[in-house]
Design a protein around this ligand. Structure first.
Ligand code: SF4
Length: 781
């Protein structure tokens, strides 16, 4: 097999490499936004091509101080980096007395131990994920670094033991390099390695090195990426007069790597070492490695991300999308039990999106530090306040502006566009196709939004609707322990701050009268499951509303509440729902759905109704003539496949009953949610994910559910503006007293008036109309 490959002409070799890359990695090309931390430029090795290593006399200090390390990491964090790449020479203390003395003076036994301390500091203070690149290490050193660095790296470089450039470099022997690679595998360390091309090795040497890496990966599964790097001579080095690596040899080595390595191993070539770096994509790479906005900023202060923008343009011109990744690749980040030290799992999760890639909203993602809000603020629905450095990247419920994703120039080609072409031909999207759409990046997002917008136009026209309503959360005491819920209070809940309350029926009636006076046509009733409630409570509440204001639409009681109410009365759910309907209940909110997948419900809300129970409650409600909607709370712990299952399961029920009126995506608001505070969830969806949830919902439910609602409470006005161009047609309610999202940390959300809605809709040239709960029109006086 290898022999056949080696005889292929370069164009054919590259074509085969591209085919493997396309099949396994699609159109996605990744990069890591990182900041470089050169911990020490001293090194005991003397490699002939190296400009990094310096003698002590040329350095102010042998090592970067902790303050300096932190300053670099913070500047990277502010510029939106996810990774702190620690680069350093190998065991300098064994060559230079100055290094030994510095370590002794600062209380560290070795360079590796100092590296571990600095990685921990960066992690704790900034949340940037360290990547330790410390050369050939022993097993105990690798193990130490595994607890502070989610991935590690060491270039194999070459397995030729006789290279002139490695004379005088005790750490560059093939045995030491291979032993390190093996030990990393044994320790389950997501590992980056690679080869150098053009340092005097032959093509056969390169093949031998790649085959050794492939064999190690087959044993342990730990090689997350292989870097193929071309040699360029540099002044002041031993090889300053050597010829640079010929481009053809470089492309040949990349293509061979793609074909000799297992296809799941990512392949990287540095873009900054080739003038025409787009051609590297033609040889089969799927990763560009690190891009440092901080370094670029020094070069071009007026354009903070010039390198990134060029990289994006070149990548997109070749028909790919560019996605930021973490230092640990998604395959490893999403299997943390095997690959990530328990002490690092939240740090990885906190920067991840639902696919395990880096969060892609521009801006800083810092470790969240909060304190409880003052009592008067708690009563206002706000539970916690930020302290310390604040993240500037968008998250649901925050004030930060989202990145502009739509309108945009849709991309052509790739799996996302194949799915969209089928949609435009009238085909229904299945589970795998829905997952593919959720993976849209860059210009693919605009393509998904465009199709969703077109389906919206065909289905519902240009009108944007809203309902005048009031939320009445009658109690915040709850016997359930949903791990995301920042609203429920009381001895049994996970969130013990704030004051438990239970409104009386008179309180409720008074609020309904106030709502009617404000023009509301609907009251939305939901709350905790109070231990004292039996099913009669919900009947009493319904009667209290309809008695106070006859004709007020009662939109109330989740699948959990009605299931629990019927259970506590020992009454069949159908009979109970008929009694509620007779009392005046008209529609059920789709909340309590969270993610309709029991694997995820086990993590989010293990004591709550199951997926089937939620579906059964709505099936039964529809069968007695009640209507309801579908919600999804997303961005906490689940992956796109779970979103897809949720959409497919609810779509099947809609085909059966036709009883759902709308789909309402509810992005997880993380800030004060117990599951986030316990370090077991992500910080909500990214804006791209939130926008796609509406757009993909429009596509998946096409022909079955006409209305897609965007929550202004969670998305904020600028977010709503974009989502209205991505398939949404409804703004939900005016929602006086929306406390549930605010309890979880949302900054928006104590009521929106018609003028507020108009300011969102009119710039789009679309009419705003007030609707009833069931999407009839309300005559405006
Ligand atoms: S989400 Fe609802 S059921 Fe769950 S703890 Fe909160 S109030 Fe209770």
């Amino acid at each position: 097999m290898t022999g056949d490959l080696l005889s292929l002409p370069l164009p054919e070799l590259m074509e085969r490499a591209r085919a493997v890359r396309d099949q396994h990695h699609g159109t996605r090309v990744t990069y890591s936004p990182k900041v470089f931390v050169p911990l020490t430029m001293l090194c005991r090795d003397k490699c002939g091509y190296c400009t990094f290593a310096q003698p002590p006399a040329r350095l102010e200090h042998p090592y970067l101080s902790a303050d300096r390390v932190l300053a670099i990491a913070r500047s990277g964090g502010r510029a939106g980096c996810h990774e702190a790449l620690f680069t350093l020479g190998e065991r300098p203390e064994e060559r230079y007395p100055a290094a030994r003395a510095w370590l002794d003076e600062h209380g560290h036994t070795s360079t590796v131990e100092y590296l571990a301390a600095m990685a921990r500091l960066v992690l704790d203070e900034t949340g940037l994920l360290p990547h330790a690149n410390a050369g050939a290490l022993l097993s105990d050193e690798l193990a130490l670094l595994r607890s502070v660095s989610p991935s590690q790296g060491m270039m194999i470089e070459s397995l030729n033991p006789d290279l002139e450039c490695h004379r005088g470099s005790p750490d560059k022997t093939p045995e030491r390099r291979l032993a390190t690679l093996e030990a990393a595998g044994e320790l389950a360390i997501p590992f980056t390695t690679g080869i150098l091309v053009g340092i005097g090795e032959t093509r056969a040497d390169r093949v031998a090195a790649l085959e050794a890496i492939a064999a190690s990966h087959r044993r342990w599964g730990h090689v997350q990426e292989v870097i193929v790097q071309n040699f360029l001579p540099k002044p002041g080095t031993g090889m300053h007069a050597a010829p640079p690596c010929p481009p053809a040899d470089f492309l040949d080595a990349i293509a061979l790597a793609r074909l000799l390595l297992p296809a799941d191993v990512h392949l990287q070539a540095p873009p900054n070492l080739s003038d025409d770096f787009g051609v590297l994509l033609d040889a089969g790479i799927d990763d560009w490695g690190g891009v440092s906005p901080v370094t670029a900023d020094h070069v071009n202060p007026e354009r903070p991300w010039p390198a990134l923008e060029r990289l994006r343009a070149v990548t997109e011109d070749k028909g790919f999308t560019l996605a930021p990744r973490l230092t640990i690749y998604p395959e490893y980040a999403t299997d943390p039990d095997r690959w990530v030290d328990p002490g690092l799992r939240f740090a990885v999760m906190d920067r991840s999106d639902a696919e395990g890639l880096g969060r892609d909203d521009p801006g800083a993602v810092f470790v969240q530090r909060i304190r409880p809000a003052a009592p008067e603020q708690v009563d206002d629905g706000v539970e916690v306040l930020h302290i310390g450095a604040r993240s500037t990247a968008w998250y649901s419920g925050a004030d930060a502006a989202p990145p502009p994703l739509v309108p945009g120039h849709p991309a052509a080609g790739g799996a996302v566009n194949e799915v969209l072409a089928g949609v435009l031909l009238g085909q229904e999207v299945g589970l795998d196709e829905i997952v593919t759409l959720f993976g849209a990046r860059g210009r693919e997002v605009a393509a998904v939004a465009d199709v969703a917008d077109e389906l919206r136009r065909q289905t519902i026209g240009d009108v944007v609707t809203y309902v005048r309503n009031r939320n009445i959360n009658y109690t915040n005491v709850c016997t359930f322990k949903c791990r995301f819920c920042g609203f429920s209070k009381g001895p049994l809940s996970l969130n013990l701050r704030g004051t438990p309350y239970l409104l009386t029926l008179d309180d409720i009636a008074e609020r309904v009268v106030e709502a009617a006076a404000m023009g509301a046509t609907e009251v939305c009733l939901q709350g905790g499951i109070h231990p004292d409630f039996d099913g009669d409570y919900y009947l009493d509440v319904t009667r209290a509303v309809t008695t106070a204001v006859p004709g007020m639409h009662v939109h109330g009681f989740t699948a959990l509440e009605v299931t629990e109410g019927a259970r506590r009365l020992g009454e069949p759910l159908r009979d109970y729902l008929i009694r509620l309907q007779d009392a005046g209940l008209r529609t059920l909110p789709g909340t309590a759905a969270e993610i309709l997948d029991d694997e995820i419900r086990e993590l989010l809300c293990p004591d709550k109704i199951s997926t089937d129970e939620w579906l059964d409650a709505h099936r039964t409600a529809h069968s007695v003539g009640l209507r309801s909607n579908i919600t999804i709370m997303f961005g906490a712990v689940e992956r796109p496949v779970h979103w897809a299952r949720h959409l497919v399961r609810t779509r099947e029920l809609q085909k059966e009953t036709g009883g759902f009126t709308e789909f309402v995506p509810l992005p997880f608001v993380h800030m004060a949610a117990p599951i986030y505070l316990q370090h077991k969830a992500r910080r909500g969806p990214t804006f791209r994910e939130a926008l796609l949830m509406h757009a993909v919902g429009r596509i998946a439910y096409h022909g079955l559910i006409p209305n897609i609602q965007v929550s202004w409470v969670k998305m904020g006005a600028p977010g709503v503006h974009q989502v209205l161009q991505a398939g949404a047609n409804d703004l939900g309610g005016t929602l006086v007293n929306e406390n549930i999202s605010r309890a979880a940390g949302a900054n928006h959300g104590q009521g929106m008036d018609e003028d507020g809605f108009r300011s969102l809709v009119e710039p789009l040239g679309r009419p705003l109309e007030q609707r009833t709960t069931l999407y009839g029109r309300v005559a405006v006086a």
